[in-house]
Write a protein that binds this ligand. Sequence first.
Ligand code: UDP
Length: 324
Amino acid sequence: MNVLITGGAGYIGSHCSRYFLEKGVDVTILDDLSEGHREAVKGGELVVGDCGDGALLDRLFSEKSYDAVVHFAAFTSVGESVAEPRKYFHNNVENMLTLLNAAVDHHIGYFVFSSSAAVFGEPVSLPIREDHVLDPINPYGETKMIGERMLADYERAYGLHSCSFRYFNAAGDSEDSSIGESHHPETHLIPLVIQAALGKRPPLTVFGTDYDTRDGSCIRDYVHVEDLASAHYLGLRYIMEHNVSEQFNLGSETGFTVLEIIRAFEKVTGIAVPHTLGARRAGDPAMLVAGNEKAKRLLGWEPAKSDLETILTDAYHWEMKRTY
Ligand code: UDP
């Protein structure tokens, strides 16, 4: 099976690419390396380029017959999307449209899409199941919702089957520490907790302690990046076998507060996490927890590594050994 993976040098994309390679898939990675890392590519062919480059896509799709596209390339920072929506609509919507058109023009039948829990906005029921209303509260979530809607229309009109995954909080790193999370600047909680503990940055600020949660800090559902990788493989197999399109929420169905993450890291490693209690961050819902029953039932997916101890241990080892 030949698969084009856009954004395959990024955090989730690199773990997924490696998983596909382990499964014997012929992988071509298309990544402009604006946020991805050459060192994160552990096999397959790397094409350095933009997934909004129609001429490049035409060339790639003419040179080899692809069975599917797995589309990770996107900007992912909520705060930045509020400040610079045009950057987000250009990359996440316009470039995805170019990619979809090239896929359809070249008769590629299957498309796997990185969506996000951000499509749901403020949850009205928990855990969040797939049929929860989509009501994003920031431009990032809007771009992902538009992506899902384009896919629905492209299936109706052109028969492109797709699988969209709404990730909750991707976390953890490869067990062997050869690939991992590396954002510049880093904004995600778990790497920031670890870097603060190791004295690599100033004390962590806990964003908000007056939420209506068990200790006042936000609750999130952390899912191991290697569990996300296995879901993509299972999802692609599923839509190819059944010729359907589906959406799945990917999380562990367990939520932890920010303060619980700090305490869990201290327990796992014995290293104190210097932190201060601060104000809320704009745009943060109090609680996000995924319902994952659909992915388990239809795909046979298990979030096998998404317990906090494994996530924090792998993330700690990555931080100690990281090469990029
Ligand atoms: N968070 C925090 N301090 C930080 C970074 C994040 O308290 O320096 C909190 C954030 O408010 C949220 C949770 O940690 O409740 C996870 O944030 P992250 O940015 O990792 O992911 P998000 O939930 O925004 O996708």
